[in-house]
Design a protein around this ligand. Structure first.
Ligand SMILES: [Zn+2]
Length: 390
């Protein structure tokens, strides 16, 4: 069994990606952070939206920050531009369909894309209609991949925003649409600025989801530290942690807490000097013991959470027993793909097929699918791993 080839390579991958043919799951993958730059330019043109640049490649480089002008006040303004061109059903369907095609080209067998319906109502689109449009686009994408001889299942996670007061309404929307359109809606996420917008302000939303039996993940441990993860785990009881990497700040090196930006170097230096003792704090131990998966996005984190991939704690987290999955976060904003993430992690930390297989099987288990669906997907992934050759 081999991975069905589909439409060449995804954006932002190199010609000979070592992990292009590796079976993949994507769990943390924003719809409005991953649209094709040429689609953005075309839709902006069609809807009279002014972009800083009209050349797709230049736009992409502005998203990553390689081109700094024009400057913006806050990173969220970049998502303001991508969501501006997704205010009508047709545009949303197109972006969702293309998300599936890009994922399939990257070797993804199962993917969950997340997006925030409340950002798509500027033109008066009802929230439920927006969700239905994403469902239609994902289904079209699945059908196109199948017609080309491939296979992918694509689901959506509906995001509430930490920065808004609508999280309960959006959780209610998730409950109301869960199970519709062939089960397109797989669960819920809380996204948006973490620092200053604590999880505890959104417990009405997560309590509703718990009571209704809807799975959810929460962005946490990205722009804020251990106490934010503590709230996510112990107050909100999230099934997965979106990023979650700052849980490393609840790990103690010779009795002192690590900092996310300096953890890798501090541990290396301590080990070079002699035996180093690493101990988990209670929140970190809880996350390890319950195997609560971390949705790690290395390139995305390398531009702020840490300075450069070499300082990312992904390998340290794995060594400490955390359940780590590999995700792109925002393909266009980070100019990345999962294949590219794997190449970078291999280059920096020496991971190989065995470590990536562990991460992908962890992602299968972490996916918001039924037990039966996860078992079937795991069998497919194991078959493909058997045959994996570079
Ligand atoms: Zn994210």
């Amino acid at each position: 069994m081999s991975l069905p080839s589909f439409e060449g390579s995804p954006r932002w991958s190199q010609p000979a990606e070592p992990y292009a043919r590796f079976p993949k799951i994507t769990l943390h993958d924003h719809l409005d952070g991953s649209l094709r730059p040429e689609t953005l330019v075309e839709l902006a043109d069609a809807h009279g939206v002014t972009l800083p640049y009209t050349d797709p490649e230049t736009m992409a480089s502005w998203f990553t920050g390689e081109i700094a002008v024009p400057t913006i006040q806050h990173w969220d303004e970049k998502f303001g531009l991508t969501t501006r061109v997704m205010q009508d059903e047709e545009s949303i369907v197109r972006v969702a369909r293309e998300w599936v095609l890009e994922a399939a080209a990257d070797g993804v067998l199962y993917g969950e894309t997340r997006w925030a319906p409340e950002k798509h109502t500027l033109g008066g689109l009802p929230l439920r209609v927006a969700v239905e449009a994403v469902a239609a686009g994902l289904a079209e994408g699945e059908a196109a991949v199948a017609a080309a001889g491939g296979s992918i299942r694509a689901r959506q996670l509906i995001c509430g925003m930490r920065t808004s007061t609508l999280s309960y309404e959006i959780a209610r929307l998730t409950v109301d649409t869960y199970g519709e359109w062939g089960g397109s809606v797989a669960g819920f996420d809380l996204a948006g600025g973490e620092d200053g917008f604590p999880m505890r302000h959104h417990l009405e939303a997560t309590t509703l989801l718990q009571n209704e039996g809807i799975p959810y993940t929460i962005h946490t441990g990205e722009a804020d530290g251990e106490h934010s993860v503590w709230e996510t785990v112990h107050l909100a009881h999230a099934l997965r942690l979106g990023h979650g990497v700052r849980i490393i700040e609840d790990v103690f090196l010779d009795g002192r807490p690590l900092g996310v930006k300096t953890a890798v170097r501090a541990v290396e230096a301590a080990r070079a000097a002699g035996p180093a003792v690493l101990e988990l704090g209670r929140t970190a131990q809880w996350v390890v013991d319950r195997r609560i998966p971390l949705e790690v996005c290395v390139t995305s984190n390398a531009g702020g959470v840490v300075d450069g991939i070499e300082n990312h704690p992904i390998d340290l987290l794995r060594e400490l027993g955390f359940t780590v999955t590999v995700n792109p976060d925002n393909r266009v904003m980070s100019k990345t793909s999962i294949s590219a993430e794997m190449r970078k992690i291999e280059g920096e930390f020496g991971w190989g097929p065995q470590e990536f297989a562990e991460a992908e099987l962890a992602a299968v288990e972490a996916s918001f699918q039924s037990r039966q669906e996860r078992d079937a997907l795991r069998d497919t992934v194991l078959d493909l791993l058997d045959d994996f050759e570079r």
